[in-house]
Design a protein around this ligand. Structure first.
Ligand SMILES: Nc1nc2c(c(=O)[nH]1)N[C@H]1C(S)=C(S)[C@@H](COP(=O)(O)OP(=O)(O)OC[C@H]3O[C@@H](n4cnc5c(N)ncnc54)[C@H](O)[C@@H]3O)O[C@H]1N2
Ligand code: MOO
Length: 392
């Protein structure tokens, strides 16, 4: 279709519309889901000294099979103060410091104990150093624990804490203004038969846990003056609208944005669902106008809005990761738009839903992935490998 922007080009242009957000240091507890804006470097070595990996006896490997004399105890947080000499052992527990002179731990299941006398009751350690965690096994002071641009996952926060880091550099919250448009829409839970508005909830949920701060503009009516006023006065890093993006007489988002002083970068993408998406700027604020159909709003939010917010939040890899999956059924040749087919994964295979209508939320809700079909892709066969985006 002439004039429609390819998806990858549209994605690059949307990222370029954003204005970088400054960094700030926050406590680890406030950083989950955000991105490190600078490398997080270990301030300590882990473990900071040689530790036992097991409950048992610290000894000198050369002294085995013994018998040995137990001269004391080393517990985590209460190390044995002295050193062991030839023929001696120290009772030791997991995580406790190795006493000076010991090089190996005999696990207690393979030890015989009679008073202070320790004997070998099994095969014993296979080699010197067995069951000892050497100083620096995990990382050393100065090592990079989290690279700039990486997401702060639970494990990365835990390694930062272990590295002696209490505050981490992240982007300030990205302010995302959300506006639904449409005279037919009511807030969810409103009695009656009117259409509950669901796109803002979808967007809030997709952005949850990424450090975004939502500026809620609510449901706006299909009135040019009201939309213009809202778009001209909102203050945010990103404005996301839904609905009113197409060509109907009541599709007023584009004229309202222009009247509000925004400039449009593009309108309409070679994408199904989501063709009528538009993008531009008003001053330093990026503007993304999503189509109103809920599935179109979901797909465009996944491909454009969440990556833009991640990019402004410092993400090195803001786009949704692509996986591969075998197709469960044949697929017909594709048309000129990149298609994101709602599909379910069963037994490791992706089955596309029979009806791919962009208004059908239940189909989307039941889907676990989107099958990506490139423009003009030839027919595909069951068992072929296909690109998918995992969505649930
Ligand atoms: N003559 C043409 N008509 C349409 C075209 C076209 O190229 N030529 N494109 C179609 C495509 S593709 C899409 S997608 C839709 C998108 O249109 P709009 O962005 O203008 O969306 P609306 O008309 O406002 O709404 C579409 C549909 O979705 C419902 N909706 C809207 N907002 C919400 C919301 N926040 N929560 C729940 N549901 C919502 C709305 O009631 C409509 O049913 O245009 C095609 N038309
Ligand atoms: O391309 Mo529209 O987004 O499907 O229904």
């Amino acid at each position: 279709m002439a004039g429609l922007l390819p998806v990858a080009e549209a994605q690059a242009r949307v990222l370029a519309l954003g204005t970088p957000v400054p960094s700030v240091d926050v406590a680890l507890d406030a950083a989950l889901g955000r991105w490190a804006t600078a490398p997080i470097v270990a301030r300590r070595t882990q473990p900071s000294r040689d530790l036992s990996a097991m409950d048992g006896y610290a000894l000198r490997f050369a002294d085995l099979p013994g018998p040995l004399t137990v001269i004391g105890e080393s517990a985590a947080g209460a190390p044995f103060p002295g050193a062991i000499a030839a023929g001696e052992a120290v009772r030791i527990f997991t995580g406790a410091a190795m006493p000076a002179g010991a090089d190996t731990v005999l696990v207690q299941e393979e030890a015989g104990r009679d008073g202070a006398i320790l004997t070998l009751a099994g095969d014993g350690p296979a080699h010197v150093g067995r069951n000892v965690r050497r100083r620096g096994l995990d990382f050393a002071e100065g090592d990079i624990l989290v690279a700039a641009g990486e997401r702060l996952t639970p494990a990365r926060l835990a390694v930062a804490a272990t590295g002696g880091v209490a505050r981490v550099p992240v982007a300030k919250p990205v302010r995302v203004a959300l506006a639904a448009t449409g005279d037919e829409l009511v807030e969810p839970g409103t009695p009656g038969d009117a259409l509950p508005e669901s796109n803002r909830l979808l967007l809030r949920s997709l952005l949850a846990g990424s450090g975004a701060e939502i500026v809620d503009l609510g449901i706006l009516p299909d009135r040019l003056e009201t939309l213009t006023e809202a778009f001209a006065t909102v203050e945010a890093d990103v404005l996301v609208t839904t609905g009113g993006a197409s060509v109907g007489d009541h599709d007023l988002v584009r004229p309202a944005l222009l009247a509000a002083g925004a400039t449009l970068d593009f309108w309409r993408i070679a994408l199904r669902p989501g063709k009528p998406m538009l993008a531009g700027r008003r001053g330093a604020m990026a503007v993304v106008g999503l189509p109103g159909n809920p599935v179109s709003a979901f797909v465009t939010a996944l491909l454009f809005v969440r990556p833009l917010v991640a990019h402004l939040g410092g993400a090195a890899h803001p786009f949704p990761p692509v996986s591969r999956m075998l197709l469960g059924e044949d697929l017909p040749a594709n048309g000129e738009r990149t298609d994101y087919l709602r599909a379910e994964i069963r037994d490791g295979r992706a089955f596309a839903s029979t009806i791919q209508d962009s208004s059908m939320l239940l189909t989307l809700a039941r889907s676990t992935c989107l099958i990506v079909r490139e423009p003009h892709a030839p027919p595909a066969r069951a068992g072929d490998s296909a690109e998918v985006l995992i969505i649930a």
